[in-house]
Design a protein around this ligand. Sequence first.
Ligand SMILES: [Zn+2]
Length: 607
Amino acid sequence: MIQVRARLVVGAVTALATALPAQRGAVCALTPPRAPADTWPMDARRDPVEMILHNARIYTLQWGEPRWNGDPAPSAPFANGRWQPDATAIALGGQRIVAVGSDSAVLALRTAGTVVRDLRGATVLPGLVDAHTHVAELGASLARVDLVGARSPAEAMARVARAARTIPPGTWVLGQGWDEGAWADTLLTARMLSARFPRHPVYLRGLHGFGGWANAMALARAGIRRETPDPTGGVIDRDASGAPSGRVRNRAVKLLDDAIPAPTRAQAESHWLLGLRALANAGYTTVHEAGVDQAHLDALRALASRCALPIRVYAMVSTRDSAAVREWVARGPDSSGAGGATIRAAKAYYDGALGSRGARLFAEYADLPGHLGVAGAAYGFDSAAVASMMRSGFQVGIHAIGDAGNQEVLDFIRDVQRTTPRAATRRDRIEHAQVMAPASITSRRDGALIASMQPVHAVEDAPWVTQRIGPLRAKGAYAWRTLRQHGFALALGSDLPGSGFGIGYGLHAATTRTDSLGRPAGGWFPEERLRIEEAIRGYTTWAQRAAFVETRRGMIAPGYDADLTVLDGDPFDSTTTLMRLAPRLTIVGGRVVFDGARNARDARSRR
Ligand SMILES: [Zn+2]
């Protein structure tokens, strides 16, 4: 079987694509809004076939949605308990998928200029989406001097010295990764750092964020002096005379963190690029960035206008940044996706986290009597600002963790939707939706809300969640299956950089409810596991739906954007070890933005 459709707008698309700088590895100006697919004539001759991928195991996800219990649709390529790929070749051109089908049918579309790649049995999925990220934060951490594995303060300082050579005097030199545990009793002084780096403020964070090591200039800029008291929950190490010695512990780290100036435009752009390249290399074609301040929105738009983004970004404006709220309420959503950037959602934070007992619960914490967590205005949730973004046409994604937090967010969204019946508000999202009361889950049956959830959170939190909330409430925690049963749509993500974002880890956690080492045996509340198709849809079809683009991304179908992820193993095959899945090729809008084979060749030739 083969499906081929040409585009009415093909001439315009081609002209646009060729007029742009031939910058490999970036998402370039995307095409203008197009006619509905059904009106396109069947005319393969008019499509430029730029690339053909063949000899692949292709899962198009064109078949029907799985039932709420995970059973595949009758139209799914699933028989006798086994999945089968539903195509072996794809033709790409003009940033879109031109055809998908068998090798012989698709290879027949080859022209003189077509690049043909034999994928040798690799698996192709619609381009992966991480539906909850903090990529700019990941990029900022990648921009710091990497001290992981440094065996001594001298080795750490040698690494810092290499970076400091390229940083103008007076500008902060940041590092991260010395081991607080292994170096608990190692002497780390401001004097050591100041002697080596007298002209830069130098601040080196520990691996786990519980320790900081700074020189005199950094301590001065952070206002850490002899008379500075230890903050609650933190310690400023001091010498015999009582002066700060250069090392801080626990909450005192924040004193130094807060002293780091906001990034310049160039720094913000480099954070985006470092982070997005890491995601491209991990097989992702789109991220939903959960909370972006105005400085990073400006940097994102500048990168998009230069066609410099390696993958697509669906940015959620942070409602914690009042300047950003003012600007975007006035401007309204930018849904064009031009250059790969879309700004049509707002991110708000309703309650704290479960680990720190900040999540808002109806009844007290099981391990802290009388304590209910913190939420709403007390947690900085500005309901007027969030409602104004929703009324301006923005989708909202609200961080909610505890059962009371989730119920109050459901109520808030319902109230705003009732008074503002704009279509754009109908796919509002709850970010995390971690612990939900049964009544909250069953009260919504219309499928209008999206639960944006992180499989890896469930398996990383499992060891202590029951202590926090007790076994009864733990049953409604990370309740993917129950939420599907009651009409919530899912979108899956990692919440990087706090958690690992490898797709194999995400799929493994979603389908087993065990951590990367398979614990606990049998899975944590295994009845809430997802089936493999649901997990993959969570990172593709359903995540694209959460960003309103399911009619052009999330499936491999003619006319769809050519966003593809090629993996070295087949996640649909139950014998595959999901944790070991690795990306081979990432393609965004028809451009190869990660090529594992090329990288391996380059590495060999460098040896
Ligand atoms: Zn987050």
